[in-house]
Design a protein around this ligand. Structure first.
Ligand code: DX5
Ligand code: ZN
Length: 218
C-alpha cells in the first residue's frame, strides 16, 4: 500500500495549522517535517517548536527528517514534540548505531536517510535496527528540485535485500515526487512518498494528492 507524506516545507508557514488539516482531509497518511540547520544543508527551515505548534492540528503521524549536524543533541526535543519517525542522515552520523538506539529509547521509530550519491552498503549493518530507509531523490536543502533518476536502482537493490532478509522496513522516497516520478520508485519497491511542491504548490490539494497516490498504486 502506498502512503503519501506531504512536506510542510512547501506549505504556507503563516497558516500551518490549516495547511496540515487540509492535506489530512485530502488523504495524507503522514506529515513530513523537514528540519534544516544551515550546516548539513545550505538552508535553514524550522525546529521542534514549529512541530509543537502543528501537533494539535493533526492526528497524522509526524515523520521528522533531520537534515542537521549532531542530530543526537536534538532527538529528545523532536521525540517530545510528538515524532512518530525520526530519520537521520547516514552522512551526518559518526556513530550511526548509537543514534538509532537513542531514537528508539524515546519510543520513536528510527530511520536512516541516504543522499543520492550514498551507497546502500553504508547501512547494511543497521538494517535490523531500523524501521525506515529514506532515499533522497534530490540533493537535500530545498523543495521544488528535479528528481534524480539514478537513485531508482538503489531502491530496487535495497528492496531485494529487505525481502531476502525477511525484514519489515518502510522505504520512503523524498525529492521531486510527482504522479510521473512516483511510478518507477513504487515499481522498485518503495511504499512511502514525500511530496512538497507537487501537493502544497497546487490549488486543489485533494486532487493533487490523490493523483500521485493513484499513479503509485498502478
Ligand atoms: C528536501 C526535503 C524534501 C522537500 C521535497 O531537502 O527533504 O522533503 O521538501 O520537496 P519537493 O517535493 O518539492 O521536491
Ligand atoms: Zn524531507
Amino acid at each position: 500500500m502506498i502512503k503519501i507524506a506531504p512536506s510542510i516545507l512547501a506549505a504556507d508557514f503563516a497558516k500551518l495549522g490549516e495547511e496540515v488539516k487540509e492535506v489530512e482531509a485530502a488523504g495524507a497518511e503522514l506529515i513530513h517535517v523537514d528540519v534544516m540547520d544551515g550546516h548539513f544543508v545550505p538552508n535553514i527551515s524550522f525546529g521542534a517548536l514549529v512541530m509543537d505548534a502543528i501537533r494539535p492540528h493533526t492526528s497524522l503521524p509526524l515523520d521528522v527528517h533531520l537534515m542537521i549536524e549532531n542530530p543526537d543533541q536534538y532527538i529528545e526535543q523532536f521525540a517530545k514534540a510528538g515524532a512518530e519517525y525520526i530519520t537521520v542522515h547516514v552522512e551526518a552520523c559518526r556513530h550511526l548505531h548509537r543514534t538509532i538506539q537513542l531514537i528508539r529509547s524515546y519510543g520513536v521509530k528510527p530511520g536512516v536517510v541516504l543522499n543520492p550519491h550514498t551507497p546502500i552498503e553504508t547501512i547494511q549493518h543497521v538494517l535490523e535496527d531500523i524501521d525506515m530507509v529514506l532515499f533522497m531523490t534530490v540533493n537535500p536543502g530545498f523543495g521544488g528540485q528535479k528528481f534524480i533518476e539514478s537513485v531508482v536502482p538503489k531502491i530496487e537493490a535495497l528492496s531485494t535485500i529487505i525481502k531476502e532478509r525477511g525484514l519489515n522496513i518502510d522505504i520512503e522516497i523524498d525529492g521531486g515526487i510527482t504522479a510521473e516520478t512516483i511510478v518507477p520508485c513504487a515499481k522498485a519497491g518503495a511504499n512511502i512518498f514525500v511530496a512538497g511542491s507537487a501537493i502544497f504548490g497546487k490549488e486543489d490539494r485533494h486532487a493533487a494528492l490523490q493523483a500521485i497516490k493513484a499513479a503509485g498504486e498502478q
